[in-house]
Design a protein around this ligand. Structure first.
Ligand SMILES: [Zn+2]
Length: 372
């Protein structure tokens, strides 16, 4: 059973949904704070006086988010590590008696906790940024609406909603990954957790194989686009340090006693450094048993989906997400209903695409009305 960074995607998605819910709750709170008393004279001055109560609410939502997310991330990493471990045991095709022994905890299972702690710490910038982003937007909207001219009540409402909509369309942004790309809060959290669950799954797999005295793995063929990994497809890699490409002569004492020549393309860490298992990688590795292993074939995609189809799906999902934020930031039922119609429209297009191409749906991402 090969192990792939993609194995943790479902867990990362569930974590991402926690951040999306929190972001919606923050936008609702922000909209409420701005809308309160908007028909009264002295609204702008009043808004600046009551900033502290918004700040307090934001801190409470953020603290709850941090608590929920920390628990969910820790569980996701541990369970990915376990999945990797179990898949290694399956790879080795052990006789019954040895299987039970192999299913005992790994001696270095503390590794999973270390990986989880690192993944949790990676989210720290998210919590720090939230308060700043919300209060900055609040001040910005108040300044824009009250700037210069005296506006009528209706106009003031419209101007505030317009300014808030611009913010909601983007979400809480400003998260930059190591590659310099900018992300919104929930996507950033999900991306970071996805990489971490992927690392944990592969680590659990590798730790188990090494614990059982196995030093070789083989890289799969991936069905959808994965340019960075192409040089490693079907190659055998060593689990030890960086040895470069080399040839081994291995005797299979357990099965046929035949000595085989195995070309090793390098170490797993070398391959990783060169791009294997980059974020969103669809490749996998499995234990390489000379004379037994064949190159693992990832099954071709049944619906004939292409890379472009998956990108189209991501695009539609981003639209759903953006309109969900607009809905959370709406001042009145009318605006909420309009946003709801757009959400349902994009959800319908996703349903159509995923049914046609047999792509997995990311339902957690699209759900509406999930209260926090
Ligand atoms: Zn790949």
């Amino acid at each position: 059973m090969p192990v792939s960074p993609a194995d943790g995607e479902d867990l990362a998605r569930a974590v991402g949904a926690i951040y999306e819910d929190a972001e919606d709750a923050l936008l609702q709170r922000l909209a409420r704070a701005l809308h309160e008393g908007i028909d009264l004279p002295g609204w702008a001055e009043d808004k600046l006086r009551t900033l502290s109560s918004l700040r307090h609410a934001v801190e409470q939502i953020t603290a709850a988010l941090q608590r929920d997310a920390t628990g969910a991330i820790t569980e996701a990493i541990r369970s990915s590590y376990r999945r990797g471990d179990r898949s290694a045991v399956a790879d080795l095709m052990l006789p019954e008696g040895q299987r039970a022994a192999a299913l005992r905890d790994l001696p270095n299972a503390a590794m999973a906790d270390r990986l989880a702690a690192a993944a949790v710490a990676e989210q720290d910038p998210v919590y720090l940024r939230i308060l700043r982003a919300i209060t900055d937007t609040y001040r910005h909207v108040v300044a824009r609406v009250s700037g210069g001219t005296l506006l009528g009540v209706t106009t003031r409402q419209q101007a505030a909603q317009r300014a808030l909509d611009q913010f909601a369309a983007r979400g809480i942004t400003g998260f930059v990954d190591r590659a310099g790309r900018s992300w919104d809060m929930a996507s950033y959290a999900e991306m970071a957790v996805r990489s971490a669950t992927g690392r944990a799954a592969v680590q659990g797999h590798v730790d188990r194989l090494q614990d059982m005295g196995h030093e070789l793995v083989i890289v799969s063929d991936a069905p959808l686009e994965c340019q960075l990994c192409r040089p490693w497809e079907g190659e055998v890699l060593s689990l030890g340090g960086g040895f470069g490409a080399h040839t081994l002569h291995l005797t299979d004492a357990r099965h046929d006693g035949v000595t085989r020549t195995v070309h090793v393309a390098g170490s797993l860490s070398e391959a990783r450094a060169a791009g294997l298992f980059h974020p969103n990688c669809r490749h996998s590795v499995s234990a390489y048993l000379p004379g037994v292993s064949t190159r693992p074939q990832a099954p071709p995609h049944p619906g004939g989906a292409t890379y472009e189809d998956t990108q189209q799906q991501r695009y539609l999902e981003r639209q759903v997400r953006a309109w969900k934020r607009r809905q959370a930031a709406a001042f009145d039922d009318d605006a909420r209903r309009r946003a709801g119609a757009r959400i349902r429209d994009y959800q319908g297009r996703i349903r159509q695409l995923t049914a046609e191409k047999q792509l997995p749906r990311k339902s957690q991402r699209e759900q509406i009305g999930r209260a926090r």
